[in-house]
Ligand binder design. Structure first.
Ligand code: FAD
Length: 406
């Protein structure tokens, strides 16, 4: 008799070849045929190039730099090159791409989002035409990688009022002094968008600091237990001089920073849906294969309850995000719309990864079974780009007309 241990094969987040497995109400049908083709190409790349390597890189806390070449070949950002004739993708397509990225791996989705949403997004929203022509072509081809430096050691939730990094004008230059914390991609970024307070006007301004500028240094934050693949850094700016030409010409106050965050927050909410769907698919696969009491655990009512609650969370969240994308396309969405989406979907995401982990029993804490990484990573997604409390307060202020931040 063989004493070899037989366990269910580790479930993965890809159940079938559909564009969005777990898309119970077929929201994918709202994409046009060419959009579905774009998502299909991204999904194939994520399935073949990303899914097989992420657990290993997560364990070693290393970024798979070879992916930049693959992302460049997919040409997902080339529309942002000012010389390109391509139209900007619809918000639904951009959202579903963020979903697919997080469905494969939340760290890779975060690195992608920091570059494309936070860094390129700041340049698209706040740079003048000459600056856009200077930075966006190489960034859209992934030849130059961006980061976004807003959060500080003393200024997280309160960064709008509490931002301490200073900018002092000195002739044709600005002198930056201060510290930033948690800045994704910053250990290797070519360009970092740094937000600093003008000492003369007290307004928050945006600057592009090029890697290697004297006075700029970035040190990796070690030993994180979430999004381990993302290279987050502590940045120090010590009499760091940047030319006036590197000041984002249309960033005049924190309201302009908030314009960038409004759109990236909805991207994070889309990512949360990707995590929810991955958790559901992993749990469903395991429920069909794992046997206890002489039958697949998926045959127990309590297990089906978990699966259906997960599917309900993902379906409700996806519906919310599809409507948000329509509001974005129509140009009528507001800060509180994306804040509600971020707060709501990340709570649902946390429930889903917890239930999926529960359903996998002990194997749920083993990296190879794929859910443990999502459980850990969900914690960071829950807190970044505004915690649940801060996004709740943004919505609360909008609906009551009463600010309750302090
Ligand atoms: P704090 O602000 O110290 O909050 C601690 C707790 O207090 C939270 O629960 C919060 O909700 C609560 N709290 C605070 N104020 C209130 C209030 N008024 N009412 C009720 N509760 C309150 N930043 C960047 O600029 N660039 C990046 O690329 C970036 N990447 C990140 C990646 C990761 C993995 C992480 C973890 C963070 C990243 N951040 C980045 C920073 C992120 O946006 C902040 O962590 C987040 O805004 C929360 O700030 P904090 O961690 O300082 O928490």
């Amino acid at each position: 008799m063989s004493l070899a241990v037989t366990l269910p094969a580790p479930p993965g987040p890809y159940l079938d070849s559909g564009l969005l497995p777990g898309d119970f109400y077929s929201y994918q049908d709202l994409l046009s045929a060419p959009e579905r083709e774009v998502v299909g190409r991204l999904r194939d790349f994520l399935r073949t190039e990303v899914a097989p390597i992420v657990n290993d890189h997560w364990a070693r806390a290393e970024f798979p730099f070879q992916l930049f070449e693959g992302f460049a070949k997919l040409e997902l950002l080339t529309w942002a090159d000012p010389q390109s004739a391509e139209p900007k993708p619809s918000n639904l397509l951009q959202g579903i791409m963020a979903l697919e990225l997080a469905h494969a791996d939340p760290s890779i989705a975060t690195g992608f989002g920091v570059h494309s949403g936070l860094a390129m997004g700041s340049i698209l929203a706040c740079a003048d035409e000459e600056q856009q022509r200077r930075w966006l072509p190489a960034m859209s081809r992934w030849e130059q990688i961006g980061a976004f430096g807003l959060t500080e050691p003393h200024g997280g939730s309160d960064v709008a009022g509490g931002l301490e990094t200073t900018a002092r004008r000195d002739g044709d230059e600005w002198v930056l002094n201060g510290a930033k914390r948690w800045i994704g991609n910053a250990t290797f970024a070519d360009l970092v968008v740094v937000w600093a307070r003008d000492v003369d006007t007290n307004h928050v301004l945006g600057f592009v600091v090029e890697g290697g500028t004297p006075g700029y240094s970035a040190t990796k934050i070690e030993d994180k237990d979430a999004l381990r693949i993302v290279q987050n850094a502590d940045i120090v700016l010590e009499d760091c001089r940047v030319p006036e030409a590197n000041r984002l010409q249309h960033a005049n106050s924190f309201k302009d920073t908030a314009r960038v965050l409004r759109s990236t927050r909805s991207g994070v909410a889309w990512s949360a849906v990707g995590v929810m769907l991955a958790a559901y698919e992993i749990a469903l696969q395991y429920a069909k294969e794992r046997e206890q009491f002489g039958r697949p655990i998926g045959q127990f009512q309590l297990v089906q309850d978990l699966l259906v609650k997960m599917l309900g969370n993902a379906t409700a969240s996806l519906g919310m995000m599809v409507r948000l994308a329509q509001l974005q396309d129509a140009g009528v969405y507001k800060d509180e719309h994306s804040a509600l989406a971020k707060a709501y979907t990340t709570v649902r995401m946390r429930e889903n990864v917890g239930w999926a982990r529960e359903l996998l029993g002990g194997n749920g804490i083993v990296l190879d079974y794929n859910i443990a990484r999502f459980v850990a990573d969900a914690e960071a997604i829950y807190s970044y780009e505004g915690t649940r409390e801060i996004n709740t307060l943004i919505v609360g202020r909008a609906v009551t007309g009463l600010g309750a931040f302090v």
